[in-house]
Design a protein around this ligand. Sequence first.
Ligand SMILES: Nc1ncnc2c1ncn2[C@@H]1O[C@H](COP(=O)(O)OP(=O)(O)OP(=O)(O)O)[C@@H](O)[C@H]1O
Ligand SMILES: [Mg+2]
Length: 271
Amino acid sequence: MLRIDALTKRFGDKTAVDTANIVVTKPAMIGIIGRSGAGKSTMLRMINRLSDATSGTIMFGDENITALRGAARRDWQSRCAMIFQQFNLVPRMDVVSNVLHGTLNKRSTLATLFNLYPQSDIHHAIEILDRLGIAEQAPKRAEALSGGQQQRVAIARALMQDPKIILADEPIASLDPMNAQVVMQALRAIHEEDGRMVIANLHTLDTARRYCDRVIGMRDGRIVFDGTPEELTTATARDIYGAGADFSEAATSTEIETLDRPEVRLAAAYA
Ligand SMILES: Nc1ncnc2c1ncn2[C@@H]1O[C@H](COP(=O)(O)OP(=O)(O)OP(=O)(O)O)[C@@H](O)[C@H]1O
Ligand SMILES: [Mg+2]
């Protein structure tokens, strides 16, 4: 289905993603883990074509994704929806209109300008919201919702595009544990019930273990682990994060960043 070959992204002399290879043969729920700066976001942005690869290829079926230009690239972006940590909703707009924005790629500028949506799209948007347990929030402004509800609106907007792949860049990093669980369960359900591929950058290892069939570990732009949660031992996890003995599975990638740098923590204590 999805085949990534020697994918590389350089920013000046910094190699953010370094000759990465990933093969996905059937829709799976994949978690990408690694410390801050490992290249996780850059990887997802290249798959979605928000960012161009420096070299290497991404194939989806027979289609060379890395070569798509113009309308073909935009079409790919609607088949490969992206969800972000900060939800990226229009805060003052109502929930259902935010969800309908997911059809934007397929509509004329004029219709968009006047907020004209076909009745069938509106019904479909409400169905999706209902499936995610937030149909009653449909008329409210997005900004009036909790973080977990807003992220579910973002998922609904993504589903409106009927994507084959959902890419989620740290979808729960801004949420409390309760909301984080609801959002991860929603992503899991979308994978299991609809057969969509989900690839999520996750900032804690225990979340990746709990919800994903497959975990990819990145370190300094390279893929250093690719296997099942069972194959991911604590020693391997330590290696992925480059962390010492004080490594904890519940630690976030940003916390791990400071684990082996005690002077940073000391400075923070005096700040
Ligand atoms: N637009 C850019 N210009 C220059 N360097 C960049 C750019 N985007 C990313 N980088 C660098 O590439 C590396 C990988 O960044 P990336 O954002 O992919 O990491 P990440 O694993 O998503 O980290 P985090 O967990 O903090 O989100 C980092 O060193 C980062 O500074
Ligand atoms: Mg990132």
